[in-house]
Design a protein around this ligand. Structure first.
Ligand code: ATP
Length: 350
């Protein structure tokens, strides 16, 4: 089936700059219509990976395959303009002297004027900017310019759409709506896409599959749900989402002793009795319960409207976070009872 055939496939890709490895053995696949996202801290190599796929950087080893054709290897570098890619950049990169119509029609040179008009209007309707067809980029807001940039990139029906930090220049509220719109538009056009961001919420809103990237390697290539709830290792766990890591010891066949008390649940213990573990405790898994024997002291609080994020000091002197309904408005220094939601704890061998 076509949907199952990978459109983009990277196999064991390596790249160094002046002998410094920046991409180290990256292997990922995107199926037709799938949206992937490389998520990682600054300097982890995600932009370099995007530039490799775009054809701006040669590679030292491995292969990049697009629609079954090798476009990059140690001996092959298909030029960027022959790769049939669409690109969306952080700074929109629209042609300032061209109107919205002309910007979007730019890549449609081979088509008749009539076909171009039809395609541009189709895309403008999709990005909800029909009325801006004659406007120039400087007359548009940042969000509108990014929509035009997306329409321009999609116009020639690219084999792959690459998006480099596309929401970084937008304010937070606009970002929330635009991420959802961008995903909907990419899905509506069944375009295969790869985005780069250091912002996990953008990755969660846009991607089908997230590649958590550290030091030039992809640690986990997985759904947002799995990256958050089943992180591959402790570094992924602490990079993605809020949470605390506390120490514990396996105290029986199905029990664990830690700063939250003795826990028994359906969690999978990573080792036998007596061994040390690290527990990832997400704020939403620490429940406020006055009757709990585990009392924790509030050392910080952050009001977030519907809830309050409390930073709590446990009897073990470790800290954890608890997301509690804001109706439970406690003071700094107060002690509150807490119970962990044991079904969702994530454990790693220490
Ligand atoms: P950011 O989010 O800050 O852009 P990134 O994850 O996208 O970071 P890259 O831009 O891919 O990271 O950079 C990875 C590493 O490669 C960095 O240490 C960077 O300094 C280095 N690097 C990138 N491009 C070059 C280059 N052309 N020459 C030398 N070193 C480079």
């Amino acid at each position: 089936m076509e949907n199952q055939t990978p459109r983009l496939e990277l196999t064991n890709v390596h790249k160094s700059f002046a002998k410094k490895p920046v991409v180290q053995g990256v292997s990922i696949e995107l199926a037709r219509g799938e949206i992937g996202c490389l998520l990682g801290p600054s300097g982890c190599g995600k932009t370099t990976l995007l530039r490799i796929i775009a054809g701006f950087e040669p590679i030292d080893g491995g292969q990049v395959i697009l629609n079954g054709n090798c476009i990059s290897s140690a001996s092959i570098l298909v030029p960027a303009e022959k790769r049939k890619l669409g690109m969306v950049f952080q700074d929109y990169a629209l042609f300032p002297h061209l109107s919205v119509f002309e910007n979007i029609a730019f890549g449609l040179g081979a088509q008749s004027r009539r076909e171009q008009e039809k395609r541009v209007m189709e895309l403008l309707e999709m990005v909800k900017l029909e009325t801006a067809v004659r406007a120039y980029p400087h007359e548009l807001s940042g969000g509108q310019q990014q929509r035009v940039a997306l329409a321009r990139a999609l116009a020639p029906e690219p084999a792959l759409l690459l998006l480099d930090e596309p929401f970084s220049n937008l304010d937070a509220s606009l970002r929330d709506t635009l991420t959802v719109e961008v995903r909907d538009i990419i899905k509506a056009t069944a375009t295969t896409a790869l985005m780069v961001t250091h912002n996990q919420f953008e990755a969660f809103s846009v991607a089908d599959t997230i590649g958590v990237t550290f030091s030039g390697t992809i640690r986990q290539w997985d759904s947002a749900y799995n990256v958050y709830h089943h992180p591959a290792d402790l570094e992924v766990a602490t990079f993605v989402g809020d949470g605390a890591v506390i120490k514990g010891e396996v105290s029986g066949p199905d029990t664990l002793m830690c700063g939250l008390g003795e826990l028994r649940g359906s969690f999978t213990l990573p080792c036998a009795k007596g061994c040390q573990v690290n527990l990832l405790v997400r704020p939403e898994d620490v429940l406020h319960d006055d009757s709990s024997p585990v009392q924790a002291r509030i050392v910080h609080k952050s009001f977030r409207g519907p809830n309050i994020l409390y930073k709590l000091e446990l009897p073990s002197a470790e800290t954890c976070l608890a997301l509690v309904s804001s109706h439970h408005d406690h003071q700094l220094g107060e002690r509150i009872g807490i119970v962990p939601d044991v079904e969702n704890l994530v454990l790693f061998p220490a």
